[in-house]
Design a protein around this ligand. Structure first.
Ligand code: PEP
Ligand code: MN
Length: 338
């Protein structure tokens, strides 16, 4: 169920309701909104509990949550979630945000060069992945701990917030020190231990849709992060498996308005993994903005032909700059800023 507090209910009144929820044996999840504060209550509801809570001071009404994605759904929070990064950049607000960088951090030279032109071209967040979830164990797995210092260096050099993927619960603490956003990749969308671990952290999380996951499964996976207390979750459509082979995956563009319809969480699109081809990335990036995406994740590499991972889908610096020059017009046409 969800308890909707009256507009203007003060902190103390809200705290009393939260305490009552715990006393009744449920887990309260307060969501402090701009207009209303709501308290999502997870646990099997009873009419008696609903009546008790509904009669408390400051409570406007108590309604059951009908959908299976309780905390991610618009039922508990009609207004969009906006995530503010340390630089003040907001994801989920009016502006469309670009997250860009190489698929993997390969060397100091490669990463710092990328960081610099990514920043100059206007991206607001830098990708710096040091753990790579490769389909084959024989492929490059990332610089791992050796890359941590390079992340620090790129962050200091550019001032850009960093996103990096975590693959293992044991790495969350180490990576926490150097990144601003955790990514949970497609292959780990249903790694519940990992979701719970980042759910306990204070860093925003980008959760990518699994290769064969439905939109509902993506929302249920997001619940694992949200129930841990971390409300800063972004969902990412990165293409799904279909019978089509001309593209690496099939970008499910309809997932963008569908997710935005059912959920208050920001929605990102990754046109690089969706397409698998650098020349396809601009078209999908523009289409994603038209569909209402709050941001893009774009792979770029100083020399894609030499890239250790995902070279064919990585934009070279020139192509990346061109794309960045073209996107603002699409954002404006979609009623957004860039
Ligand atoms: C990535 O972002 O480099 C990545 C591995 O993405 P995905 O998990 O979507 O395949
Ligand atoms: Mn990649």
């Amino acid at each position: 169920m969800v308890i909707i507090m009256r507009p203007g209910a003060d902190r103390e009144t809200i705290e009393q309701v939260i305490d009552k929820v715990s006393e009744l044996g449920f887990t309260p999840h307060p969501i402090y909104g701009v207009i209303n504060t709501v308290i999502a209550v997870i646990g099997d509801r009873t009419q008696e509990a609903m009546d008790t809570l509904g009669a408390m001071p400051g409570v406007d009404r108590v309604v059951p949550i009908l959908r299976p994605y309780k905390l991610a759904g618009r039922e508990v929070k009609p207004e969009p979630t906006v995530i503010t990064l340390p630089t003040g950049v907001q994801i989920g607000g009016e502006a469309v945000v670009v997250i860009a960088g190489p698929c993997a951090v390969e060397s100091r030279e490669q990463f710092l060069a990328t960081a610099q032109y990514v920043k100059e071209a206007g991206a607001q967040v830098l990708r710096g992945f040091i753990y790579k979830a490769r389909t084959s164990p024989h492929d490059f797995q990332g610089l791992r701990e050796e890359g941590l210092d390079l992340l620090r260096e790129a962050r200091a050099l550019t001032g850009l917030p960093l996103i990096a993927e975590v693959l293992d619960t044991r790495d969350v603490e180490k990576v926490h020190e150097v990144v601003d956003i955790f990514q949970i990749g497609a292959r780990n969308m249903q790694n519940y231990a990992l979701l719970a671990e980042v759910g306990r952290s204070d860093r925003p999380v980008v959760l990518k849709r699994g290769l064969s996951a439905t939109v509902e499964e993506l929302l249920k996976a997001a619940e694992y992060v949200l129930v841990g207390g971390n409300q800063q979750v972004m969902l990412c459509e990165r293409g799904i498996r279909t019978f089509e082979t001309m593209t690496r995956n099939t970008l499910d563009l309809s997932a963008v308005p569908v997710l935005k319809h059912y959920s208050h969480l920001p929605v990102l699109v990754d046109p690089s993994h969706a397409s698998g081809h650098d020349w396809l990335v601009p078209a999908l990036a523009k289409a994603a903005i038209a569909a209402g995406a709050d941001g893009l994740i774009v792979e770029t590499h100083p020399n894609p032909a030499q890239a250790l991972v995902d070279g064919p889908q990585s934009l070279n610096p020139q192509a990346f700059r061109e794309l960045m020059g073209q996107l603002p017009a699409f954002a404006r046409a979609a009623g957004r800023r860039m």
